[in-house]
Design a protein around this ligand. Structure first.
Ligand SMILES: Cc1ncc(COP(=O)(O)O)c(C=O)c1O
Length: 417
């Protein structure tokens, strides 16, 4: 159904160019459901299987070369296999891959993160999911309250507490200002979902309404400060500041999930918009493609984690290879100068998209800041999940298949950047 708008000729061309991927898919999907290990990697008619990548290029199993704009769903701000990173990792692997103890270089990385993102204390994990999961536990332990408020359309990883109203149909979700809490997957317990309240992004009235009813039970408000799982949604002026004030009024925590934004703005969206959360999460691009995530924030909040009292644990947490990768990426590659240069290029690219849209009379908008942005096939700007519903998703699949047939991987999903 997703391929309704793709002409048969483009589908034929796609299959002709990628027979090996088709064959791998056929075989692997007998053992790995849908042939992928993250549902977001599945695409009709079948996912492409990659072989190698370097810089801005990636090659599939059939040897086709693509310019890769997806960059591992935002996990690669520095391109594939950056030479400085590869050199440093080769050295590290010779010295051991995991110790089961802490690793001295963690101190160097912690100092960089402290200074760059203006946080007092932090803990390292591997994935974004773990970081947001721990952020919620810390918030609940710190405040002694149960409920969390999130925003419709925001994604914070595939765990039950936040897999709520991620991409709900409007029929299940009800009124946009006071949306229902819709489980994002079968298997997510209703008992868990009832503690995850949902508000409309970019609408302080929606947040105030829900807080008036539940505010004293809310441990934290969590959000992607720029939602990047429904395109690229820019917070309206005053929205983030308004959330800060509401959290202060109700004495609950404000959590910025910067798993994506943290690697796209030098000091994260918190630095860019100059709004200070109590906790933030970082992940994806901060370690140049190695699994590393961070939950960080104010000292009094982070100190809630106490062995035997509030749990924070993981065999692979602060893995030495990932720590070395984070250190080299943030210190030597993703520097302020490099990011501002890349931002200028990003903005040029966005303007190019806008010119083509105008010249060709295409119904689309481009929303962007700096290195990142998204083109959506819609008449009006996307400001929340409800306006994303007006995006012509079928047209995006047509765009993706035709671009891939011509050697370009755009944002890999209509809701991606
Ligand atoms: C904003 C945000 N938070 C959290 C996550 C989860 O990160 P991970 O896939 O590393 O678990 C994602 C993943 O896309 C994300 O975009």
């Amino acid at each position: 159904m997703r391929l309704d708008k793709v002409p048969a000729s483009e589908l034929e061309l796609f299959k002709k160019r990628t027979p090996k991927s088709g064959k791998i898919f056929e075989e692997v999907s007998q053992m790995v459901p849908f042939g992928v290990n993250s549902n977001y990697r599945y695409a009709d008619p079948y996912p492409i299987y990659m072989k190698r990548a370097k810089g801005s290029r990636i090659w599939d199993a059939d040897g086709n070369e693509y310019i890769d704009f997806n960059m591992a769903f935002g996990a690669l701000g520095i391109g594939h296999s950056h030479p400085k990173l590869i050199e440093a990792i080769k050295e590290k692997i010779e010295e051991g891959t995991i110790f089961g103890f802490e690793f001295e270089e963690m101190l160097d990385l912690a100092k960089i993160i402290r200074d760059r993102y203006k946080v007092d204390m932090m803990k390292f994990q591997s994935t974004g999911l773990e970081a947001t999961f721990h952020a919620l536990r810390i918030a609940r332990a710190f405040t002694g309250r149960k409920k969390i408020l999130k925003f419709e359309g925001c994604y914070h990883g595939s765990h039950d507490f936040l897999l709520v109203s991620v991409k709900p149909s409007k029929y299940k979700a009800g009124h946009p200002v006071t949306p229902n809490q819709v489980p994002g997957s079968q298997g997510v317990l209703e008992d868990v979902v009832k503690h995850t309240l949902v508000a409309q992004f970019n609408n302080l009235e929606s947040v105030e309404k829900i807080m008036r009813q539940h505010g004293n039970d809310v441990a934290a408000i969590i959000l992607e400060p720029i939602p990047m799982n429904m395109g690229f949604v820019i917070p309206k002026p005053g929205f983030l500041e308004g959330l800060r004030s509401i959290c202060d009024e109700y004495n609950c925590l404000l959590i910025f999930d910067e798993i994506k934004t943290g690697g796209k703005f030098y000091s994260g969206a918190a630095g860019y918009f100059k709004v200070k959360p109590d906790l933030m999460t970082l992940g994806k691009a901060i370690a140049g493609g190695f699994p590393l995530s961070v939950v960080a924030g104010k000292k009094e909040v982070m100190q809630t984690i106490v062995p035997g009292v509030v749990s924070h644990a993981g065999t692979f947490n602060a893995n030495p290879v990932a720590i070395r990768a984070g250190l080299v990426t943030l210190r030597d590659i993703l520097t302020e100068e490099a990011l501002s240069y890349a931002s200028r290029l990003g903005e040029e690219l966005a303007k190019g998209y806008l010119d083509i849209i105008k010249d060709e009379g295409i119904e689309a908008t481009v929303q962007y800041i700096g290195v990142s942005g998204s083109m959506v096939f819609a008449k009006e700007e996307v400001v929340d999940w409800r306006s994303f519903q007006k995006v012509d998703v079928g047209k995006w699949w047509l765009f993706m298949i035709t671009m891939m047939n011509r050697g370009v991987i755009p944002n890999y999903g209509p809701d991606e950047q």
